[in-house]
Design a binder for this molecule. Structure first.
Ligand SMILES: *Cc1c(COP(=O)(O)O)cnc(C)c1O
Length: 298
């Protein structure tokens, strides 16, 4: 039987000030959720918090979830399960893979997660695939969806927004966040905030429906701006310009980024700021969602 995650530390709200923000006359803050925990980082902690609480309430002994070979979510669930005393099963997309296919999978394996490598077809069916359903029945696992993004993810993310309100004199005009499955974006929107979401995959427009559905269609459409032009080639793809931005930002501000999510969001945001997409005087909180274990060594 597992326990809940401990109370997380309040993460810093760091002012980011440079030529670009000054020229545009905007105030930019970075919510340093990368500092929540080295392995259960950023938005993954926030999204898991009430999922794990529900698993405890249901007296489940096992957490089961889904991910690709480089999934930060799989990594976080492996670490959280170990910390909270759950058994963990990771359903991995790719029948041909093994635990040495990536540093993420090696970490999950070493943390004690049982890895089940399934075909793309079975993966697409998720808990409806016969083999996966059998594992769930045998283990009585509490099932957490891909990315940890379900309605239980939202209150944990909303707590981050309340934390920020308590840390600042006035609420920000906009939040900015990278989006993969959209659960983090949905949690921010559930607080009535305005949000710029930066899909890290190609054709990110589909996230509008995903995000709206996760919130129960509860926010005005004007509150969500999906900035679909900053995927840099697609999920886990990057360009020399993106890596250059990442290094420059790290050097200027002393904040580590990674190339899959946070650098794309910030490069997109900086592009919008320098194109005067915001009124002078506007304030923006960008969320550092963590994921630094996946940073390329540059
Ligand atoms: C998973 C992840 C995201 C995407 O979050 P979603 O809720 O799936 O949209 C963003 N940033 C980092 C660092 C992540 O690991």
């Amino acid at each position: 039987m597992g326990t809940r995650l401990p109370e997380q530390p309040v993460t810093p709200l760091q002012r980011i000030d440079d030529n670009v923000t000054r020229r545009a006359g905007i105030t930019l803050w970075l919510k340093r959720d990368d500092l929540i925990h080295p392995d259960i980082s950023g938005n993954k902690w926030r999204k898991l918090k009430y999922n794990i609480g529900e698993a405890v309430r249901q007296r489940a002994g096992t957490l089961l979830t889904f991910g690709g070979a480089f999934s930060n979510h799989l990594y976080a669930v492996a670490a959280a399960a170990k910390q909270c005393g759950f058994r963990a099963v990771g359903i991995v997309r790719g029948h041909e893979l093994t635990e040495s296919a990536s540093p993420t999978l090696t970490f999950c394996h070493r943390a004690g997660m049982q890895l089940e490598f399934v075909t793309r077809e079975a993966y697409r069916l998720k808990d409806q695939a016969p083999g996966i359903r059998k594992i769930i029945e045998e283990t009585g696992a509490f099932v957490i969806p891909e990315g940890g993004s379900n309605p239980l993810a939202l209150p944990g993310v909303a707590e981050m927004v309340y934390e920020i309100r308590a840390q600042s004199d006035s609420p920000p005009g906009y939040f900015a966040v990278a989006a993969g499955t959209g659960g983090t974006a949905a949690g921010i929107l559930s607080t009535g905030s305005r949000l710029l979401a930066f899909p890290v995959l190609k054709n990110g427009q589909f996230l509008e429906e995903e995000i709206s559905s996760l919130t129960g269609y509860s926010f005005p459409s004007s509150h969500l701006r999906l900035e679909t032009g900053y995927h840099f080639g697609g999920y886990a793809k990057h360009t020399p310009q993106l890596l250059q931005f990442l290094r420059d930002f790290e050097d200027r501000h002393g904040v580590p980024l990674e190339q899959v999510y946070t650098a794309k969001m910030l490069m997109g945001l900086y592009d919008l700021i320098s194109r005067n997409a915001f009124r002078p005087g506007e304030s923006i909180v960008a969320v550092h969602t963590g994921g630094l274990q996946g940073r390329l060594s540059l």
